[in-house]
Design a protein around this ligand. Structure first.
Ligand code: NAD
Ligand code: TYD
Length: 359
């Protein structure tokens, strides 16, 4: 049975990926999820699969090289899918240090532990072992020309401490592939949205605030563009790259779905109005009057846009979920998981580990 080591699986994309993999492979695979459970890690995201015999959770910091090496020594790991990272740009502007620690040093620890476990005496690697490093399109910088796109060959030009730390981690993975022929891939994906996203990011923040009649903060002129991808499409893309991609290659994953932030906010408000049932008191709260222009983010990248040509041509992946559908699925999920949002905003979700694993 193939064993996956997933880092950061209690976060937004990692937990969606784990659900996707169990839906797809069932009992054919085993997943070990290693997560430090920072503010962004939430084991409630994995409640429905936590009792599976082929799932194990380990609370550990990816910077703790002894703990990570032990996991490799005690388990025959076939695949690493490395999500664990500090992921929020605004936090990186306030406190860059933890971004370098987790994103750069943590990735180095993961690379060294996998290399040590998988390397043969002649310097080659055991057959079939693969490491996938999950990264972002933000490493490419900001597109000023509206007809330009990010390609795998676009030079790196990160601007925020977050994107600089992710760019550094990509470079480390690349150096291991180039120096040791370490069996890896890098994926650079555009902005994700969907279930389990922490409400510090634009889409869940707007949904949550609008439903409570709270202000909807728009940075700057609201015309910055992001390329939004439904998270399940990302999970599928990661799996397809690992199964069908050429080793040592980078693949961009994107939604071909560029929207200005202000457009996103209007779509969310319209969809909420449409989906909230007649007589629901929240219909009165959801209003364009909540839109509030605030000071711009420092160094705010203007536009991101991916041309996912390579992954489509080589692997056959394409974004399956249209934005109109994805945003409805996301809003429906938030409607059905009010408790999840309450626990996240109150901080109660951080007690779940103690209750589940230490009582
Ligand atoms: P997230 O912030 O929701 O989750 C990160 C997870 O990593 C959390 O569970 C957290 O507890 C864990 N973690 C943080 N530091 C750790 C450490 N030192 N040791 C172990 N675990 C640690 O992030 P996300 O949005 O799910 O992003 C996952 C990955 O995908 C990141 O590498 C991010 O750069 C990348 N990415 C995200 C997006 C996006 O739109 N969210 C887009 C492209 C790429
Ligand atoms: P975010 O979800 O933080 O993702 P990223 O910065 O990684 O792209 O932000 C998406 C866009 O929305 C970005 O241009 C910043 C903007 N934004 C707001 O206008 N208001 C907000 O409250 C937030 C969180 C983001």
């Amino acid at each position: 049975m193939r064993t996956y080591l997933v880092t950061g699986g209690a976060g937004f994309i990692g937990s969606n990926y784990i659900h996707y993999m169990f839906r797809k492979y069932g009992d054919e695979i085993r997943i070990i999820n290693v997560d430090k459970l920072t503010y962004a890690g939430n084991l409630e995201n994995l409640k429905s699969i936590e009792s599976r015999g082929n799932y194990t959770f380990i609370k550990a910091d990816i910077c703790d090289s002894a703990a990570i090496r032990r996991i490799f020594q005690e388990n025959d790991i076939d695949r690493v899918v490395h999500f664990a990272a500090e992921s929020h740009v605004d936090r990186s502007i306030k406190d860059p240090e933890v971004f370098v620690r987790t994103n750069v040093l943590g990735t180095l620890v993961m690379l060294n532990a996998a290399k040590e476990a998988w390397e043969l005496p002649d310097g080659t690697f055991q057959e079939g072992k693969k490491f996938l490093h999950v990264s972002t399109d933000e490493v490419y910088g900001s597109l000023e020309d509206e007809n330009a796109y990010f390609y795998e060959t676009t030079p790196y030009d990160p601007h925020s401490p977050y994107s600089a730390s992710k760019a550094s981690s990509d470079m480390l993975v690349k150096s291991y592939m180039d120096t040791y022929r370490f069996p890896a891939n890098i994926t650079n994906c555009s902005n994700n949205y969907g279930p389990y996203q922490f409400p510090e990011k634009l889409i869940p923040l707007i949904i949550n605030n609008a439903l409570q009649g709270k202000k909807l903060p728009v940075y700057g002129d609201g015309k910055n563009v992001r390329d939004w991808l439904y998270v399940e499409d990302h999970a599928k893309g990661i799996d397809m790259v690992q199964e069908k991609g050429r080793l040592f290659e980078t693949y961009n994953i994107g939604g071909h779905n560029e929207k200005q932030n202000i457009q996103i906010i209007h779509i969310i408000l319209d969809t909420l109005q449409e989906m909230l049932p007649e007589g629901d008191p929240r219909r009165e709260l959801v209003s364009e009057n909540l839109i509030t222009y605030v000071e711009d983010r420092k160094g705010h990248d203007r536009r991101y846009a991916i041309a996912p040509d390579k992954i489509k041509k080589e692997i056959g992946w394409y974004p399956e979920t249209r934005f109109e559908e994805g945003i409805r699925l996301t809003i429906k999920w938030f409607f059905e998981h009010e408790e999840w949002m309450k626990n996240v905003t109150s901080g109660d979700y951080q007690k779940y580990y103690e209750e589940m694993y230490h009582e």
